[in-house]
Design a protein around this ligand. Structure first.
Ligand code: UN1
Length: 505
């Protein structure tokens, strides 16, 4: 395997603190490597420490009142401008994302588009942020309720949606009047920097948005910082759980978006070709590195043989390669650790679980493959619900086909999991579709489409182990980044005691 060589053209990027682009207090750097080609260094980034987080939090704190008191429609004007800048730079941001993250260009374009959609949609909330008025119990008394910002928000973002996920957190935080410190994903810092440079260009005041790059240390420092009021995290279940524990100690607000093990049910009346296409897209899009990935395919025994055969045939034909090559269907996975984890699960599927490895199962080697992290699209058939490959999140291009006898069993298998992000059913029968919609206990549910592809104006999030009850996107995200204030105005000119004074009718 070739060593990464830093060329004289390797770009250096910085943290963004109080409106200045600065190195880490540690003076240390880390390299961002292209997962499709280890010899390609995307850039060097500050390896930040708790001290950098202290500075970023101080900057965000200093500017908090100014931003909070800026009228929301004015905050939104800057965000609309941000949307324009993202749109103008979509192509460049897309290529840079593929280079640092690996996903194919069309999907990276979709990721930037999702950030653009989120920005426009959520900026519109600047002229809404609706509260409500209601009637008070006492005469000459007024009652209303409005949103107030929560304060300083720490945003900790993952590698798989390098611009979309930071935008889901950043834009609502800003429109609600909060200031933020983002800890970028260590494998994809450039896309966060691109987003934040666009914020700077849009004229968002210094100190409102800050970025600290690096690994676990700045993340932990953010979570433990006394001045941080809220942590919004997307990532692994194990890290999310730790963050929740830390936040509980300080009574911080915490919003978690974690794992998934999402099922598509394929009924015997389904359009099988359509179900095969959907399953391929859901399982192998983004090389399976989506928390919404279709990692379980629960198939009615009446169509099991036909579906499995067609799926395997199509999976074998997918072209794995560098995402920058337009003919590639499936890009690399993110890093060596991901390869180890995914290959470990393939071993488990083969041996411990005893399912049938119907296709794939190998890390690709030879030629250009040696410089990257490429794994074949892998399908396990004849799996059963309790196997580890059917229960645990693999986060790679691996899916598991589980035969079932009917709809009730299919729903039971789909729900028999510790996660609850997304689910889907392929059926032509409206009664079955509505029954599944009612019974699948997930935050997102698709009919005749895969488990991926959520749109920004609907709430995003999951039940059970996927999250902690919050929803990102939609208008529901405002409930994460604002707190309700109930306001009573007594204009009677005297003391009126609610629940105690009798009101004459
Ligand atoms: C994720 O996998 O973490 O619904 C986010 C989807 C995308 C977002 C996925 N819009 O698949």
């Amino acid at each position: 395997m070739s060593q990464a060589i830093e060329s004289s053209e390797t770009k250096t990027y910085h943290n963004f603190i109080g409106g200045e682009w600065v190195a880490s207090a540690s003076g240390e750097w880390f390299e961002n490597i292209n997962p499709a080609d280890n010899s390609d260094v995307v850039g060097r980034f500050p390896k930040s420490t708790a001290e950098d987080v202290d500075r970023a939090v101080a900057a965000a704190k200093e500017t908090a009142s100014r931003w909070r008191l800026t009228p929301a429609p004015k905050r939104a004007e800057l965000l609309f401008r941000l949307g324009e800048i993202l749109r103008e730079n979509k192509e460049a941001f897309t290529r840079e994302m593929t280079r640092e993250m690996g996903k194919v260009l069309s999907e990276a374009g979709g990721d930037v588009q999702e950030a653009i959609d989120c920005t426009y949609y959520t900026a519109g909330e600047g002229r809404r942020l609706h509260g409500f008025t209601t009637k008070a119990e006492m005469p000459n008394k007024y009652a209303m309720c409005e949103r107030q910002p929560v304060g300083l928000c720490g945003l900790i973002t993952p590698f798989n949606f390098p611009m979309a996920i930071p935008s889901w957190k950043l834009i609502p935080a800003l429109v609600c009047g909060n200031t933020v410190v983002i800890k970028s994903g260590e494998d994809v810092p450039l896309s966060t920097i691109n987003l934040v440079k666009a914020c700077e260009k849009a004229g968002i005041p210094k100190g409102v948005v800050n970025v600290v790059n690096g690994f676990a240390e700045p993340g932990a420092a953010l979570v433990n910082h006394d001045d941080v009021r809220l942590i919004s995290f997307t990532g692994s279940t194990s890290t999310g759980r730790k963050i929740a524990e830390e936040c509980a100690r300080d009574n911080k607000i915490v919003s978690l978006e974690m794992g998934g093990k999402n099922a598509i049910i394929i009924m015997d009346d389904a359009d099988i070709d359509n179900a095969v296409e959907g399953s391929l897209w859901g399982a192998f899009g983004t090389s399976g590195q989506r928390c919404t990935a279709s990692s379980r395919l629960i198939v009615h025994e009446g169509v099991y043989a036909e579906f499995s055969e067609k799926l395997v045939e199509r999976a074998k034909a997918l072209k794995v390669g560098n995402g920058l090559d337009e003919s590639t269907d499936v890009g690399p996975v993110i890093n060596q650790q991901a390869v180890d984890k995914i290959m470990g699960y393939i071993e488990i599927g083969r041996n411990e679980d005893g399912a049938t490895l119907a296709c794939g199962g190998n890390r690709l080697t030879g030629g250009d493959f040696d410089n990257g992290y490429f794994i074949e699209p892998t399908v396990f058939t004849d799996a059963s619900r309790e196997m580890r490959i059917s229960q645990e999140e693999i986060f790679g291009p691996v899916t598991t086909v589980i035969p079932v006898g009917g709809l009730e069993e299919a729903i039971d298998v789909a729900n028999d999991i510790k996660y609850g992000l997304s689910s889907a059913i392929y059926t032509q029968d409206v009664n079955r579709a509505f029954h599944a919609m009612q019974e699948l206990y997930t935050g997102i549910c698709y009919i005749n489409s895969a488990t991926i592809g959520a749109e920004v104006h609907l709430p995003f999030g999951g039940t059970k182990g996927t999250g902690n009850g919050h929803r990102e996107a939609g208008t529901q995200v405002l409930d994460i980044f604002s707190e309700w204030k109930s306001i009573y105005v007594d204009y009677s000119g005297k003391l009126q005691k609610a629940q105690i004074d009798e009101v004459e009718i």
